[in-house]
Write a protein that binds this ligand. Structure first.
Ligand code: JEK
Length: 276
């Protein structure tokens, strides 16, 4: 995979050289290029922003440097065109981090990990002139994506997170492919808690079942911990949960958490409300 990142703060992307992604680069699984948007300006002051049409607070990124940057990246082409191939070639995906984007999630990370070339456009200020995204659709598949429902100062931190989430899915990047297999079997529940040695630490014991050697009981305990945590921390995930094939023990565990199974879905039991 080839990844290009455009930013006015290219140093912000330095962590991508480290750890997992740095390793993938060294192993030739990933080609990563970080570009300074200002090198695509033509004025003496290397201006990248201007005041917003229609008024309002803050500044907006000017379109011209973005078009220059993206044109040069599109022309450089993915691995496919490097050998001079003239066959039909897939458009690279242009990811534009934005608080107004579609929410980035694991399913999107999996999809994007299949692409030959990803380009990330890191905005700053109040964002990038919208015409850049319209124009870029001629060269790229444009995906405005949000890391989450909070406001960052620019796209760089979102790109660090997205590249790490995508990069670890590339074949050969994660040291232990077993953990990826386990992940792909995850059914939309939160993880169970994990423990390591010592078995007793500051008067806290590892749950005895994990030391029992009874693998059936361990699997069931972990699964019920997933139910408990998800009900407590992310009840929204239980609305999508497929409860159609739960064992009696699983239904009982959800029962204790205040959920019944109705038509293969979990339904929160009315809690009776507060006494007046
Ligand atoms: C890219 C510039 C900063 C700050 C104005 C007014 C309510 C904010 C842009 N999950 C995510 N959060 N934030 C980003 C993100 C932020 C960015 C850029 C991504 C480029 N900024 C900024 C304020 C505003 N808005 C209405 C929301 C816009 C992000 C991602 N991914």
């Amino acid at each position: 995979m080839r990844i290009d990142v455009v930013s006015i703060f290219p140093e912000y992307l330095a962590p991508l050289e480290l750890s997992l992604i740095g390793k993938a680069r060294q192993d030739g699984l990933l080609e990563l290029n970080v570009h300074d948007l200002r090198t695509f300006t033509t004025d003496k002051h290397r201006t990248v922003d201007d005041t917003p049409y229609g008024g309002g607070a803050g500044m907006v990124m000017k379109p011209e440097p973005w078009a220059q940057a993206l044109e040069s990246i599109a022309a450089a082409g993915g691995a496919d065109t490097e050998g001079g191939s003239h066959g039909p070639t897939k458009k690279p995906v242009l990811i534009v981090p934005s608080p107004a984007g579609e929410r980035f999630n694991q399913a999107l990370a999996c999809e994007l990990a299949e692409e030959e070339q990803l380009v990330f456009a890191c905005g700053r200020y109040e964002g990038i002139d919208e015409r850049v995204m319209e124009w870029a659709a001629g060269h790229f598949t444009v995906r405005p994506l949000s890391l989450g429902d909070y406001v960052l100062n620019g796209g760089e931190v979102a790109v660090l997170a997205m590249v790490e989430a995508i990069g670890r899915l590339l074949p050969g990047v994660v040291g232990n492919p077993e953990s990826l297999v386990e992940e792909s079997h995850s059914d939309g529940l939160l993880e169970y808690p994990v423990y390591t040695k010592p078995s007793s630490w500051r008067d806290r014991e590892v749950p005895a079942v994990l030391l029992s050697g009874n693998h059936g009981k361990i699997a069931q305990w972990r699964r019920h911990e997933q139910f408990r945590r998800t009900a407590e921390r992310r009840p929204d995930l239980l609305e999508e949960f497929d409860a159609g094939n739960l064992s009696r023990a699983d239904r009982a565990a959800f029962g204790e958490l205040g959920y019944d199974v109705v038509d293969g879905r979990l339904r929160r039991r009315p809690d009776g409300g507060l006494p007046d």
